[in-house]
Design a protein around this ligand. Structure first.
Ligand SMILES: [Zn+2]
Length: 532
């Protein structure tokens, strides 16, 4: 008799390809899927000795979810447990998004990264991208991780926060850094074209870099240069990078953040569809919430960041620049509504009472105009502050969700409900993204069917990022699996009470090892650094 490690039987199988679900059983041997049966499994049980049988009746079995857009870069080093993702059924995260990765790191941005690590009792002990990947690989992890290199990080290493075009020798240096990262195992590169210094990069520079990444089979993901009323031009820029370089283009967290231009995504998705007909390989991702989450300092204009943090802190105090900043904030930012901008995190222990306050409330507390209160908190925190912005509409979110071009990415990090990764008021997407799609948009609203939703969390995502041995249930592939109750699965995290894990996830396996069982994380750490 053959020994079989695990048999999950009489379960509804959603295989991740988008194909119709069916009742059956799935066997796991070692870290791989050994067999899959439709209907009766009697003969298999006669011929094999099964070490562990799981009765899947009443549950759905799907490939482990792949979170294609995350910022868990440091979190993997801080804690390899990835709790807030694992509790959602996520078995792989793609880090290094929005132009931001913690490597390479030279002088520019170094002190900020050191401070962030010091909060967790850690030291910065890498500089090149390959060194960072080595650390990531060596870290014991509950789930898998694949990594992009950030365009902002590359630019920081080459010219710091200089707001200018790169010279040809600087472009060569940037290309070398990218090539070195791709050789070490990066799956592509990302840009964050609203965040300095990535935003200082030109389209031509990005095309040159894209040519390097695509020569290694990599992808280009982008936080567009504009997600408001200028979004069409920003999408066209992303497509132009694909057209000129031949790289697959993936638009991150596709959405419109300006109320005056809600609805634009219908047009941009059409533009993306026609680009595909032209041969440009473009897709996008989304998270199922109506609020953004980013650094509070991203509310300041590009020019204010020129030269880096010290320069910016001076501008917050200085007469002329400060006046210019206040004018900008009172014009451009005030339109978003100070009551829609909530402080989510203030590292350090100076102002815990304002975590969860809107800028309107902060202004009231400090008895000063909101724009001045914003500059004061940024100055006192030395820019270390996060914010949540209520800015999108559900119709747009559903338009993107139901497009055949989209997949699911939380844009969040691996956090935890308690301990050192439970600080501030983080966006609920960190805790609820995947169950929210399955509970609210599949079951409650019926806007997308289960098989399609799962496909956008698994098979489509794996294929997109070159993760060829996962993402679908197929014999011979890695046994990354999630078992959940489709009648119960739902997110429980809210903006004001984010530290709640979702409900309805019964068990999660990574490479055949049970990593989450009945809500509890096991002691197994089978996660790997994945390459293309
Ligand atoms: Zn982003």
């Amino acid at each position: 008799m053959n020994q079989i490690d695990l048999l999950i039987k009489d379960v509804k199988i959603v295989d991740g390809t988008g194909a119709t679900a069916y009742k059956g059983s799935l066997a796991v041997q070692g870290d791989e899927i050994k067999a899959i049966f439709r209907g009766d499994n009697g003969k298999f049980l006669e011929a094999n000795e099964v070490k562990r049988e799981v009765d899947g009746a009443g549950y759905v079995l799907a490939p482990g979810f792949i979170d294609v857009h995350t910022h868990s870069d440091l979190n993997f080093l801080i804690s390899g447990m990835a709790e807030s993702k694992l509790q959602q059924g996520v078995t792989t995260e793609i880090i290094g998004n929005c132009g931001s990765s913690p490597a390479p790191i030279r002088e520019a941005g170094r002190s900020m990264l050191e401070e962030e690590l010091a909060d967790y009792g850690m030291e910065l002990d890498w500089s090149s991208y390959p060194e960072f990947l080595e650390k990531l690989e060596a870290r014991a992890k509950s789930i898998n991780v694949a990594s992009l290199i950030g365009h902002g990080a590359i630019r920081k290493a080459v010219v710091g926060y200089a707001d200018r075009e790169l010279t040809s020798s600087e472009i060569d240096e940037a290309k070398d850094i990218l090539a070195e990262a791709m050789e070490a195992g990066a799956v592509g590169f990302s840009s964050g074209l609203i965040y300095p210094p990535s935003s200082y990069g030109t389209t031509e520079e990005l095309i040159e870099l894209a040519k390097v990444a695509v020569s290694y089979g990599g992808i280009y993901t982008t936080h567009l240069r504009n997600e408001g009323c200028g979004m069409i031009a920003a999408v066209r820029e992303a497509l132009e990078i694909g057209r000129q370089s031949g790289i697959p283009v993936h638009i991150s967290h596709h959405k419109v953040v300006d109320k005056e231009c809600w609805g634009l995504v219908a047009g941009t998705l059409e533009i993306m569809e026609s680009a595909r007909e032209e041969g440009i390989d473009v897709t996008c991702d989304l998270y199922p919430y109506l609020a953004t989450n980013t650094s509070l300092s991203s509310l300041l204009p590009d020019w204010a960041h020129e030269g880096g943090r010290e320069k910016l802190l001076e501008r917050l105090e200085d007469g002329d620049d400060r006046e210019r900043l206040l004018d900008y904030l009172n014009d451009r930012v005030a339109r978003r509504g100070w009551e829609n901008l909530m402080i989510s995190e203030l590292p350090g222990d100076r102002y815990p009472e304002f975590e969860g306050s809107t800028l309107k409330e902060l202004g009231e507390s400090w008895k000063m105009p909101e724009a001045e209160a914003l500059l004061k908190i940024l100055s006192e925190q030395e820019l270390r502050a996060g914010m949540i912005g209520f800015a999108m509409c559900e119709d747009d979110m559903v338009t993107v969700l139901t497009s055949r071009l989209s997949m699911i990415g939380s844009d969040g990090s691996s956090l935890a409900a308690e301990g050192k990764l439970a600080t501030g008021k983080p966006h609920p997407r960190n805790f609820g993204t995947f169950p929210r799609v399955l509970g609210r948009y599949v079951r409650e609203k019926g806007l997308i069917d289960l098989e399609t939703a799962i496909h956008k969390m698994t098979g489509k995502s794996a294929a997109r990022f070159g993760l060829n041995d996962r993402g679908i249930l197929k014999v011979g592939l890695k046994a990354d699996l999630v078992l959940f109750d489709e009648g119960k699965i739902i997110d429980r995290a809210e903006f004001i009470a984010p530290f709640n894990y979702p409900e309805g996830i019964k068990e999660v396996w990574v490479a055949g090892s049970s990593v989450l069982k009945n809500g509890k994380i096991t002691d197994k750490r089978p996660g790997e650094l994945l390459n293309i």
